[in-house]
Design a protein around this ligand. Structure first.
Ligand SMILES: [Zn+2]
Length: 370
């Protein structure tokens, strides 16, 4: 939920170099051979544009991808219908034959095949070093290959070929593969994400930088924050009348915001308090919230929120500095005390390192410990 391009540990230059070296010549040649074979000038323009801008298509950053998309789509619209589509037998249906050809050239299936030794999806996610899904910050998304680990540790009595199992995040195509097949292999179109966000929730939803937060490009965290909201009396009365909440919650309510009772509050999203947030960015973040069911899913983590509230109130603002002073050799830096007390990363730049760290930071700030 922090911007991936801001993460210091990731060597993006290395990733771009590997990716370019592996794909550029191969795809360039394929586009070139299509270009010289086609007779229609508009179709020729299309292949030629893809070919001439291939390096940018493969490795340019999100802003540039959005511009490329607009230009490519304009050129594509100029191509006569019959050169783009194939009319199927039923006559009422068509198939995009041009998109099929482009999909084969930008061969994502080859990228995900695990046996590629030099460059592929595993190597890519390994270099990205993202521990959690950037859309939700709820799930771990580690990359590892058991055979690699066994090789390094020099396991005896185990045949390497018997060791199976590779794990990596799913790669979400921010711009869908179906509608934008020329971006199937664009580095900054491949978002390492969890199965829930990529497959269960987003699916084939059409995304673009103007309507949604692309985690490579923008930080959801810097726009919206989680906030703890006590239930309104009316809602509470209704819940008590409906028998959903025990009557004794009523006694807690009003006396204190929180009494360890998970039914006394809910989690909402609010706009961060910083000044420079545009309404356009708020809309985008709210769109992400809707697609990935952020608010709804975070309300399943109220037990975790309760602990943050308790810790924030028990330890208070001065605790971090006090503990750090008392144990000068136990912590590397002062903010590590915050991590120790709250059980999670408390630095905004480290949100990607552990699930629910954004939630921890937002609630702890609201309750004054950070
Ligand atoms: Zn996710």
């Amino acid at each position: 939920m922090n911007r991936i391009l801001d993460i210091q540990d990731i060597d993006f230059e290395k990733i771009k170099r590997f990716h370019r070296d592996f794909y550029y010549t191969d795809i360039y040649d394929k586009l070139h051979s299509k270009e010289i074979k086609c007779k229609n000038p508009k179709l020729k323009d299309y292949y030629s544009y893809l070919k001439e801008n291939l390096e940018d298509i493969l490795i340019s950053e999100p802003d540039k991808l959005e511009l490329l998309k607009k230009t490519i789509e304009n050129i594509k619209q100029e191509i006569p219908f019959s050169h783009r589509n194939k009319i199927l037998k039923s006559l009422t249906k068509t198939k995009s034959k041009l998109d099929d050809k482009i999909s084969k050239i930008f061969d994502y299936d080859r990228f995900v095949r695990s046996y590629l030794p030099s460059w592929g999806a595993y190597k890519f996610t390994q270099l990205l070093k993202i521990n959690t899904c950037p859309y939700c910050n709820r799930q771990y998304v580690f990359t590892f290959d058991r055979a690699d680990i066994a090789k390094q540790s020099g396991l005896k009595n185990v045949r390497l070929k018997d060791i199976k199992g590779k794990i990596r995040p799913e790669l979400d195509h921010f711009y869908s593969q179906k509608d934008f097949p020329y971006f199937r292999l664009s580095v900054f179109n491949l978002v390492p994400s969890c199965h829930i966000c990529n497959s269960n929730l987003k699916g084939r939803m059409e995304f673009d930088n103007e309507k949604f937060i692309n985690p490579y490009h923008q930080s959801f965290h810097s726009i919206l924050r989680f906030s703890v909201i006590p239930y309104k009396r009316k809602e509470l009365e209704k819940k008590i009348n409906d028998g959903i909440i025990d009557k004794e919650v009523k006694d807690f309510f009003g006396a204190e915001l929180f009494n360890g009772n998970l039914d006394s509050f809910k989690i909402k999203l609010k706009v961060q308090k910083t000044n420079n947030i545009t309404s356009e960015n708020v809309k985008k973040a709210l769109n992400n919230n809707e697609i990935f069911a952020i608010r709804e899913l975070y309300n399943f983590h109220k037990d975790y929120v309760a602990e943050i509230i308790q810790k924030s109130i028990v330890y208070g603002e001065s605790s971090i500095a006090d503990i750090y002073d008392k144990h000068p050799n136990l912590f590397k830096i002062e903010k590590d005390v915050g991590r120790f007390l709250l059980g999670n990363y408390v630095d905004e730049d480290e949100i990607h390192k552990r699930p629910l760290s954004k939630l921890t930071i937002d609630v702890a700030k609201e309750f004054g410990i950070l």
